[in-house]
Write a protein that binds this ligand. Structure first.
Ligand code: SF4
Ligand code: SF4
Length: 132
């Protein structure tokens, strides 16, 4: 069944609204301080299971993220940012999240953090420690 012209025109305002919505393509992004911490508190609150798990980092699938921001305050490492707010030095994590989320499995249940998570929490320049 196809939508008739009258139906389409009645939807036009909604289509225009979502097309022009400033947050339409934004997603949340896991950044550097998650590396070697992976506390996983974030995954349990995500309503759409868009976290994906690697050995020492999590990635958010931007195609699944609904921008609800529920995960942000749950992260003890303060590693999750809205795409537009990712700090300048960490913008490479936007592409990293999108890429790694496509090859890593979904994680929806909290696990124990990595054994030395507290020592690594706040350590700068950890990108070379990322296992992928
Ligand atoms: S809670 Fe933060 S540090 Fe832990 S896995 Fe999620 S994003 Fe990474
Ligand atoms: S912003 Fe919402 S949908 Fe996106 S990863 Fe966080 S909890 Fe999941």
């Amino acid at each position: 069944m196809s939508l008739g012209n009258s139906c389409l025109s009645s939807l036009a305002p909604l289509i225009k609204f979502f097309s022009n919505h400033p947050k339409r393509k934004m997603a949340y992004v896991v950044t550097e301080n998650c590396i070697k911490c992976k506390f996983t508190d974030c995954v349990e609150v995500c309503p759409v299971d868009c976290f994906h798990e690697g050995a020492n980092f999590l990635a958010i699938d931007p195609d699944e993220c609904i921008d609800c921001a529920l995960c942000v305050p749950e992260c003890p490492a303060e590693a999750i940012f809205a795409e537009d707010d990712v700090p300048d030095g960490q913008r490479k994590f936007i592409v990293l999240n999108a890429t790694l989320a496509k090859v890593w499995p979904v994680i929806a249940v909290r696990r124990e953090p990595l054994a030395d998570a507290d020592q690594w929490n706040g350590t700068p320049d950890k990108l070379d420690q990322l296992v992928h």
